[in-house]
Design a protein around this ligand. Structure first.
Ligand code: 6GU
Length: 225
């Protein structure tokens, strides 16, 4: 999978992809992540990327030209399955979408800023608009990092233990059950006995029941889907 990210703040994204699972996915050539500074594509003599909005109102708007030229140059090289705009008024990202995105070959992510992006970019280039939740971030970069992390970890081979991505919270509309490691007793706090019983059928039943109980208490909405 190839991911091209368009941003006016590429430094914000230097960190998140350089460590851990995302670093390993790139080293194993299971995904390529390319950052593009939108400002490098501005033909304006001041390298502007934003301007006042027509009709007045507070806040600058990201201009069409630098974004259009950047996307056009990428589209000359390959075809893209999706061109995704990260925006708080987009569709809320859920695990089902992450699973779908993880099957794609080439995607572009556009990180918005200021008041937003000129509507003509959204109409003529963008194929999906995604939000990561009902709160406002200063820009789309951190949302892009969230999307990339949630998607790349689902690419086969990225996580060593093949089953572990499948047992995550949300993968079956259930929150994950509690987990424990050694020691079996710490400070008088004991691990549930069933987990050290060696009876795998009972352990599986216990985990299922815990997952169900937690979901019912914290996220009953998930059980009605
Ligand atoms: Cl994708 N962008 C911004 N700026 N804020 C957000 C968001 C995206 N998703 C939730 N809040």
């Amino acid at each position: 999978m190839r991911i091209d990210i368009l941003t006016i703040l590429p430094r914000l994204l230097d960190g998140p992809f350089a460590d851990s699972i995302l670093e390993r996915a790139q080293q194993k050539n299971l995904c390529e992540i390319h950052l593009h500074n939108i400002r490098d594509h501005s033909t304006d003599k001041h390298k502007s990327v934003d301007d006042y909005q027509f009709g007045g109102g507070a806040g600058m708007v990201m201009m069409v030209q630098p974004i259009a030229d950047c996307i056009d140059s990428l589209k000359k090289e390959r075809t893209y399955d999706e061109i995704i705009f990260l925006t708080p008024d987009g569709e809320r990202l859920e695990q089902r979408r992450c699973n779908e995105f993880s099957l794609l070959k080439n995607i572009i992510l556009l990180c918005g800023h200021y008041k937003g992006v000129d509507q003509r970019v959204r109409e003529h280039y963008i194929t999906k608009e995604i939000s990561i939740g009902d709160y406002v971030l200063s820009g789309g970069e951190i949302a892009a990092a969230v999307l990339v992390d949630s998607v790349v970890r689902l690419i086969p081979g990225v996580i060593n233990d093949e089953t572990s991505a499948l047992t995550d919270s949300f993968q079956d509309n259930l929150l994950a059950p509690p987990v424990y490691t050694r020691p079996a007793e710490y400070n008088g706090w004991k691990v549930p006995e069933i987990l050290t019983s060696g009876n795998f059928k009972l352990i599986e039943d216990w985990r299922m029941e815990q997952a169900y109980r937690k979901t019912k208490e914290r996220r009953p909405d998930l059980l009605n889907q």
